[in-house]
Write a protein that binds this ligand. Structure first.
Ligand code: HEM
Length: 475
């Protein structure tokens, strides 16, 4: 009898095991992954990607794979199998389905530095509410009525100290940090903002280091600096709560956070401010620096830009501040801004985690996989932009058919529920910066400098230039 039961059990187990393998096999057959190569065990194709992006021309990494496998391919980078999209339609689908089929995903090491209540990490309804609050604080009317005057004043003030050799990336970083601090909590530049910025620089370095406190002094320093930044900001939040109690209200983002119906805690507000400072700092300052680099290398464009801004200046009194109507009469500047965003691709794309098996263009991407929507691949694709690899601001001029369908394929600020809330602000900051730069100075590069794209888009020497006041020079 025991033998019969045992035999019966054995048959049941074997059938179950067989069924398991059949289901698994048919599932993997059903899941037709995009073609591609997973590279070496563990490291995948990470080393090829890094070595390509450490050069001035990282395009072959994508070009080779798109030529072999098509515009959606599978690879394995940064420790995970990842589907890579160089297809604008797929990228739009990914962005639009944020929170439904895809969700943003950052490694734990980045979350520790950002803080768990950061907008970049938030999900669901809270994200929706915070995102729309942030959008409302960076919209055109707020910039026109409140922020423009500070942007103009702070950029000008900063350039007052420029003589001879200027490391442009450093200066641009100081400017954007000061502008964000002003927008967030109404502080003018001073010792406090500069010491906060220095801690900040350490936090940012942590994003690009080995995230192991035991082995990486850079990451350890970043965590310590993050604590200091949070303490300094908490103090400000507490002070402001007190001031509000006695009826003193400011017109800034902190006020919107303190005064909203959501009743945010101090910790939530601090995490929010940290994230905003991170998001606007590297991006805007890099785009300022690279706009100058590309213009310097394209004298015809620089000449046309100067003409546009000299005309605006000629209509104003010498030190008169820029007004909204001035900003609105810079059509060529907007072409330069677009073209810099397109060619430089500060955010080269976005990583998302797949929330459920997703069908895209006949392929199935399994739940839990990573997908990377590459903006860079689309922006530099000859099918979407004629002569895509060269800097040509004129392509953005109306009636110029240099770009085939630039609006639908141009996503430097992302899209969907996570569209960059600083997109208009970044444009205004860059336009005001260019205005004062070209009307006040002429410059030449101080030394040869190379553009690289890993770990971030930047020039190797932070673009040092020799400036000369235009009053003294030959113009
Ligand atoms: C040239 C400058 C900038 C570029 C190229 C840029 C690009 C982007 C992109 C592509 C995203 C989407 C990320 C994603 O989908 O995961 C994003 C998100 C974000 N950006 Fe920007 N950005 C710039 C400037 C700014 C500025 C000036 C601010 C604010 C002061 C800002 C604040 C943010 C925030 C808070 C998010 C997160 C939005 C969310 O997850 O809901 N950005 N940015």
């Amino acid at each position: 009898m025991a033998g019969f039961v045992y035999e019966h059990l054995l048959i049941c187990v074997s059938v179950l095991v067989l069924l398991f393998f059949i289901v698994k096999r048919s599932r993997s057959r059903r899941l037709r992954l995009p073609p591609g190569s997973l590279g070496l065990p563990f490291v995948g194709e990470t080393l090829q990607l890094i070595s390509a992006y450490k050069t001035e021309n990282p395009e072959p990494f994508i070009d080779e794979r798109v030529n072999r496998f098509g515009s959606i391919f599978t690879t394995h980078v940064f420790g995970e199998p990842t589907v890579f999209s160089a297809d604008p339609e797929t990228n739009r689908f990914i962005l639009q389905n944020e929170g439904k089929l895809f969700e943003c995903s950052y490694p734990g090491s980045i979350s520790n530095l950002l803080g768990k209540h950061s907008l970049l990490l938030m999900k669901g309804n809270l994200h929706k509410r915070m995102h729309s609050l942030t959008m409302s604080f960076g919209n055109s009317s707020i910039i026109r009525d409140h922020l423009l005057v500070d942007i103009d004043r702070l950029v000008r003030l900063h350039m007052d100290s420029w003589i001879d050799r200027v490391v442009l990336m450093e200066e641009a970083k100081k400017i954007t940090f000061e502008l964000t601090v002003k927008q967030l909590m109404s502080f003018d530049p001073g010792e406090w903002t500069e010491s906060l910025r220095k801690e900040y620089v350490l936090v940012i370095e942590g994003f690009f280091s080995l995230p192991l406190p035991l082995f990486s002094p850079t990451y350890r320093r970043a965590i310590q600096a993050r604590t200091k930044v949070a303490e300094a900001l908490s103090l400000i939040v507490r002070q402001r709560r007190k001031e509000r109690g006695s009826g003193d209200k400011k017109n800034d983002m902190l006020e919107a956070l303190l005064g909203g119906d959501d009743g945010f805690s101090d910790e939530e507000i601090v995490d929010f401010m940290v994230a905003l400072l991170v998001a606007g700092y590297e991006t805007t300052s890099t785009i300022m620096t690279l706009a100058v680099k590309f213009l310097t290398e394209t004298p015809l464009a620089l000449g046309q830009l100067k003409e546009e801004h000299d005309e605006i200046r000629a209509k104003k009194r010498k030190e008169g501040p820029l007004e909204w109507s001035d900003y609105k009469s810079m059509p060529f500047t907007q072409c330069v801004v677009n073209e810099t965003l397109r060619v430089a691709n500060i955010i080269s794309g976005v990583f998302r985690k797949v929330m459920a098996d997703v069908n895209i263009k006949g392929y199935t991407i399994p739940k839990g996989w990573k997908i990377f929507a590459s903006f860079r691949a689309v922006h530099l694709d000859q099918d979407h932009f004629k002569d895509a690899r060269s800097f040509n601001p004129w392509r953005w001029q109306q009636n110029n058919s240099g770009a085939v369908t630039p609006v639908n394929v141009f996503t430097p600020f992302g899209g969907g529920p996570r569209l960059c809330p600083g997109y208009e602000l970044a444009r205004v900051e860059l336009s005001v910066f260019l205005h004062h730069l070209v009307t006040r100075f002429s410059w030449v590069p101080a030394e040869e400098d190379k553009l690289v794209f890993f770990p971030t888009t930047r020039t190797q020497k932070r673009y040092p230039i020799i400036v000369k006041s235009r009053n003294e020079c030959c113009y």
